[in-house]
Ligand binder design. Structure first.
Ligand code: THU
Length: 136
């Protein structure tokens, strides 16, 4: 991916982070999911007093896109309030694996905009997918 596009997606993820609802962890996360058609879907984490219903930023972006009829994705960028690069949690990796190609770039950034790009397949090797359901 071109560096200009990576930085644009990190900036959009940072804008999404501003909308985070994170009164319990005080840890805001933002995601920017790009479709093959060139649309950007933004998501933030949405926490809950009961804790377990909390939705991560990545899944918020993904569910917004899928519920709009999008099925083809090109890249995702994630950023947070943290000093460390943020990578998707295990649940979000599984959700990404449902819809995104194994070679899709996952842009992991920190609050300063430093980043690394990892292929989805390296974050969730041997993902359980629809193909596994067919082979029985
Ligand atoms: N969180 C995300 O939104 N994405 C991640 O990849 C990791 C964690 C959120 C969930 C919760 O609201 C807060 O960060 C602390 O775990």
């Amino acid at each position: 991916m071109h560096e200009f596009e990576i930085k644009k997606m990190i900036r959009l993820a940072a804008e999404a982070k501003e909308k985070a609802y994170a009164p319990y962890s005080d840890f805001r996360v933002g995601a920017c999911l790009k479709t093959v058609s060139g649309a950007y879907y933004l998501g933030c984490n949405i926490e809950n007093a009961a804790f377990t219903p909390t939705n991560c930023a990545e899944r918020t972006a993904m569910f917004k896109a899928v519920s709009d009829g999008e099925r083809d994705f090109e890249a995702i960028a994630i950023t947070s309030d943290g000093v460390n690069l943020i990578a998707p949690c295990g649940v979000c990796r599984q959700v990404l694996a449902e819809f995104c190609p194994a070679d899709m770039p996952v842009i992991c950034s920190d609050r300063e905009g430093n980043y690394e790009v990892h292929e989805l397949r390296t974050l969730i090797p041997m993902a359980f997918t629809d193909a596994d359901l067919k082979d029985k």
